[in-house]
Ligand binder design. Structure first.
Ligand SMILES: [Ca+2]
Ligand SMILES: [Ca+2]
Length: 352
């Protein structure tokens, strides 16, 4: 399927998918929320992305930074066969240099931090599993003019370059001219721009799951691709480490979202099986605006949650996994694994 037919089929598929999605909800006895409808729309868009690019994009939550770079380049090589992307860490570093500093007369990509006053280069090493949604489905955040620090375009997502041989390229100042979006791709998903946030201050957009309320930090929708989470359980030490956020002040505020497993045996972590083992998972914090209990600062913590049987295991500071209660904060979380919240889906499963 080519790019144009994908767009057309996407345009027709999205409303149809949402209708199907919504129409299957009433018999479960709950009203579909705006969030579950949006998760359905994002789900469909990732499927359309795969039709175009031959693979789901990486969520970039890998534990190993080398694997992360290789998976990023492997995906670009598959998605842009004409661009001659190489699957190596040095190719990733060269690409990141091009993103930051420009190449062949083209400009680099920058952003202004929340405190303002200065433009910083964007760094591909900082992309995380929340930002992966906006990046792969939308593209780069709109850069600013180095003189005025004002955005070069009147939308917050700048897309990729239309030249499929060089999708990460940004044109020279003169070529961008008065219409900086002229050679940029359109986002595959119509993000509500009022919900694009940059809580971690790295310039890459996260997409808040709910409208922003005052100074609240509304946790973003998170994306996990199966290649990343299935690979994680091939190394016993990495089970329970694919997550967002990965600790820090946001983790102590929101807890963390992590992909659901299907089965987990704490005596044999390598035998773990996953939900959507060939697809992906989208997760949100739900109405309480939290993914889970806060993460402990400065501790090495691992968590595992199974779906739909509702088992939870945790490991602190390298100790063996032990059984835990599912957090109240996890019960209302919505994902693309069910049109019910986690807690309601577990309850329904147990009642059968
Ligand atoms: Ca960010
Ligand atoms: Ca929650």
């Amino acid at each position: 399927m080519n790019w144009k037919t994908t767009i057309i089929s996407l345009a027709f598929m999205s409303p149809l998918f949402v209708l199907l999605y919504v129409s299957c909800v009433p018999h479960l006895g709950s009203k579909p929320t705006r969030v579950i409808v949006e998760i359905g729309q994002l789900h469909t868009t990732f499927q359309a992305y795969k039709e175009r690019a031959e693979a789901y994009p990486p969520c970039l939550a890998d534990v190993d930074p080398v694997e992360r770079k290789l998976r990023f380049m492997k995906h670009l090589a598959a998605a842009y066969p004409n661009a001659e992307f190489e699957e190596s860490t040095s190719a990733f570093d060269r690409l990141n240099d091009q993103v930051q500093n420009g190449q062949d007369g083209g400009q680099g990509y920058n952003f202004v931090s929340a405190t303002g006053g200065q433009a910083f280069p964007l760094d591909l090493n900082r992309l995380d599993a929340a930002e992966a949604i906006v990046f792969w489905l939308g593209g780069f955040p709109t850069p600013v003019r180095t003189t005025s620090l004002l955005p070069v375009a009147n939308r917050r997502i700048f897309g990729f370059h239309r030249d499929a041989d060089a999708p990460f390229r940004r044109d020279a100042l003169a070529a961008e001219g008065l219409d900086a979006l002229r050679y940029r791709t359109e986002p595959m998903y119509q993000f509500d721009e009022t919900r694009l946030v940059d809580y971690d201050g790295d310039g890459w957009w996260e997409y808040a799951s709910h409208s922003l309320r005052g100074d609240d930090l509304v946790p973003p929708i998170v994306y996990f691709d199966s290649e990343t989470y299935v690979t994680s359980s091939k190394h016993a030490d990495n089970v329970g480490l694919i997550r967002y956020p990965n600790g820090g002040s946001l983790g102590s505020r929101w807890g963390c979202a992590a992909p659901y497993l299907k089965t987990f045996d704490p005596q044999n972590p390598l035998a773990a099986t996953w939900i959507n083992p060939e697809g992906f998972q989208l997760q949100t914090g739900g109405d309480d605006q939290k993914y889970s209990l806060p993460m402990a600062l400065h501790r090495s913590e691992r968590r595992v949650l199974t779906f739909p049987d509702g088992e939870k295991f945790g490991s602190l500071d390298g100790k063996p996994f032990e059984r835990l209660e599912v957090d109240a904060e996890e019960q209302d979380n919505l994902s693309n694994t069910s049109n019910l919240s986690y807690g309601a889906a577990v309850k329904e499963f147990r009642s059968k």
